[in-house]
Write a protein that binds this ligand. Sequence first.
Ligand SMILES: Cc1cc2nc3c(=O)[nH]c(=O)nc-3n(C[C@H](O)[C@H](O)[C@H](O)COP(=O)(O)OP(=O)(O)OC[C@H]3O[C@@H](n4cnc5c(N)ncnc54)[C@H](O)[C@@H]3O)c2cc1C
Length: 286
Amino acid sequence: MYGKSAVRKGVKLKNYTTFHIGGKAELFCIARDSSDIVRLNREYSSLCPITYLGRGSNVLIADKGVKGLVVLVRTEKTEFSDGLCVADAGVPLCSLGSAYLNRSLGGLEFACCIPGSLGGALRMNAGAHGRCMADTVDWVEVLRGQEVVRLKADECGFAYRESGFLPSDVILRAGIRTADADKNDLIQTVNKYKAFRREHQPTGFSAGSVFKAADRPAGYYIDAAGLKGLECGGAFVSKLHANFIINSGFATAENVTALIDEIKARVFAVFGVQLKEEIIYLGEFD
Ligand SMILES: Cc1cc2nc3c(=O)[nH]c(=O)nc-3n(C[C@H](O)[C@H](O)[C@H](O)COP(=O)(O)OP(=O)(O)OC[C@H]3O[C@@H](n4cnc5c(N)ncnc54)[C@H](O)[C@@H]3O)c2cc1C
């Protein structure tokens, strides 16, 4: 048994990602409380690089793994007060969405089906159904160096699937706005979003949309270039949603990057459109 937030060596990271791909972390630790993050940052930041991982639902981890310390953020406090929900970075978005729904609070319906943590969602400015995290955030607390800094929403540099946090900032928690709403309306909206996903998005190991939307959804270009079903090793382009790459169980990160390069080259050749990745590469790629 490992003690609370013990640092371990050589932990397989694929088990902590939705793609189920990736090598090992040189050092690995699970942070259960914001104070763990502050302590790990103090103890390790001068010794090695530190990488923070939420639910691993938007990352491709290199086959060679990640050098330094990987901190899995599993902090989980959530508190509701007048008009605001203060939640730790590790809280899963779907749990936060359910907590809103149970209290008849609106604002996070769009997030109910996004399989990330609050921290990862803020870093990515995750969104769906015309809404994104930037629309709901009041403030975000980050660990910047050794200091905890509270940023107002307009200081977070939110843009389409991007934020302006410093690369070394660690998101600790955030204040998310709430609004009173009718519970039946909320349930209907969330059910509609769930049904949409069931119909339009594949199940299986993936990291969601691989590319950002260009002037049209990336999936439009990939489909129109005839790339649905294209394979490389154990990775293939979903036939249901062309912007999803699926790991059939034995894909390597190298298979996925080769497929990504092929998709980008073919879409560029046909349409002159340069697709840009939404997924984040972590670790040592050649
Ligand atoms: C089936 C499926 C459907 C999806 N649907 C959507 C969708 O509708 N909309 C959408 O926007 N995305 C979607 N995604 C992508 C993904 O779920 C979101 O981007 C999500 O917000 C990522 O959160 P995460 O905790 O998994 O982040 P991770 O993948 O763990 O990390 C993403 C980035 O954030 C950084 N990070 C994580 N936590 C912290 C922290 N506490 N402090 C600082 N940096 C941090 C990581 O280092 C990394 O750079 C989908 C993914 C899947 C698999």
